[in-house]
Design a protein around this ligand. Sequence first.
Ligand SMILES: [Zn+2]
Ligand SMILES: [Zn+2]
Length: 329
Amino acid sequence: MRAMVLEKAGEALRSVERPDPTPEPHQLLIEVCACAVCRTDLHVVDGDLTHPKLPLVPGHEIVGRVLEVGRGVQGDFEVGQRVGVPWLGFTCGVCSYCRSGQENLCDAARFTGYQIDGGFATHTVADARYCFAIPDRYDDVHAAPLLCAGLIGYRALKAAGEARSIGIYGFGAAAHIVAQICHHQGRTTYAFTRDGDTAAQDFARQLGCTWAGSSLEAPPVPLDAGLVFAPIGELVPQGLRALRKGGTLVLGGIHMSTIPAMPYEILWGERVVRSIANLTRQDGAEFMALAAQVPLEIHCERFALDEANAALDRLRSGQLTGAAVLIPS
Ligand SMILES: [Zn+2]
Ligand SMILES: [Zn+2]
């Protein structure tokens, strides 16, 4: 197999030849067809997320085909079947979080492309208990961003409850999917981008957002909720200022720059700030069922596997429209 490997945080990935992995009990051996690039991959490569397994194959939005089924794999995974591998790669199953529907918070959880080798490769292995079937309506490339951008967007939206008007901060891969789900559900969306990023604002309007502007601007009406996908702490006070009383600001990223001090009055009025972390398998099942119904228009920029560093650079500099997807062959 060939893989793009992180040897040390802060360095470029290196293309490496390795022997093909063998599936352990509960694992599938998977031929990778496409792997999307997530902002979390960037945080791992840049060292914002500490203590990754090293050397590491990043990538946790994997679409592949089953080549071999390990011992003890239950369910309907068969050789040749298409399968999706997400960020959540293992949970203990016995802690209080795991037993109360919050396996996303399990202290012993392990994550694909962080503690487990991921999908920036031609082949990978994954624990079948954490893999998903993928709706047929999406081809491999367009299905890949569903595995994290779509899923995390969905979990963030669930945290916003019944909100009808929703601000979305950072109009990248997650935002462009969650906006379409919002519109399908009859909610209105307001897209906030970097000041002057008219390309992202045009993209948001094209996808049906009611309003698009700079995150420094106030929306035309106070909003029921805000979803923050950009890793920028300044967006927390800005997002709170855009909320009506009782509104909720949901932070969807795994890493964020320091949140600046802010006056209590922008939080007062029962406004809520909360984060979301990781995903549960229940989120995956719900979101894939939704994605099977709603014809999501997934915008992708394709890169060869060897171009993983270029894809990360484009994401880092905010030059992507939609999601970057690596294609091994
Ligand atoms: Zn647990
Ligand atoms: Zn991700």
